[in-house]
Design a protein around this ligand. Structure first.
Ligand code: FES
Length: 236
């Protein structure tokens, strides 16, 4: 049987099974820690750093850190929230995120986090990069202007042989996540829908599905991101 450990988040006493990733342990105790690259059911990567917390004095990512007994975690502090806000601002200025015209508006985690962190004008200058839209696949469109390189699609969208349909291409500031042109042709409708759902932004779109659900009725149109966790009862 798994060992139960005690820890605190911002002074709140919590319990969890030892070894559970902190982001999940916090969730089970009704504490929301913002995430972007993390996705339940796929191995964490720790690439976006939004989930950074201070554990026993050190900054660490909560999606990759297993919980252990006696941890003292700071999450909802001015310092850490400003760090998270800065990351969100960087993601906005580094790409071309025009929310009012985006098919994922209301279902986009980046947009929802921007609302949660009350972002008005980013502290960094916009770069307005020129990126392409790959519409070569018959099922999905890959909109590179909105990709935040979270790698969720690379980790989650695989064929029956376990091969990833998405991969990194190029290096440095030219890096992009692309759909394999050969494997992409064998993509089922189900996998295409999963790819769109796994993408936290509007970078992967199933053709002709973008506006099937009207704007105003979507997930984050109804409730702010994280509110479901904050209003939930802790699981003991
Ligand atoms: S959610 Fe933990 S690093 Fe991205």
């Amino acid at each position: 049987m798994a060992k139960i450990v005690n820890f605190t988040i911002d002074g709140k006493d919590c319990i969890a099974e030892e070894g559970l990733y902190l982001v999940q342990a916090a969730k089970n105790n009704g504490v929301y820690i913002p995430t972007l690259c993390n996705y339940e059911g796929i191995k964490p990567k720790g690439s976006c750093r939004i989930c950074t917390v201070r554990i026993n004095g050190r900054l660490m990512t909560s999606c990759t850190t297993p919980i252990s007994d006696g941890m003292k975690i700071e999450s909802n502090t001015e310092e850490i929230n400003d760090l998270r806000k800065a990351i969100i601002e960087l993601l906005f200025v580094e790409g071309n995120h025009f929310c009012p015209a985006c098919e994922k508006s209301g279902n986009c985690e980046l947009q929802a986090l921007a609302y949660r962190f009350k972002i008005m004008v980013p502290r960094y200058p916009y770069t307005f990069p020129q990126r392409r839209v790959d519409a070569s696949n018959p099922k999905i469109i890959k909109e590179q202007n909105r990709c935040i390189m979270c790698k969720r699609c690379i980790r989650a969208i695989k064929d029956e042989q376990g091969r990833s349909l998405f991969a990194y291409k190029k290096r440095g500031h030219k890096s992009e996540v692309v759909l394999d042109p050969v494997l992409g042709l064998q993509m089922s409708d189900e996998l295409a829908r999963k790819a769109m759902a796994v993408c936290p932004v509007g970078s992967i779109l199933v053709r002709e599905q973008g506006f099937i659900q009207p704007i105003g009725t979507r997930k984050f149109d109804k409730k702010p991101i994280g509110s479901e966790i904050e209003m939930s009862q802790p699981t003991k």
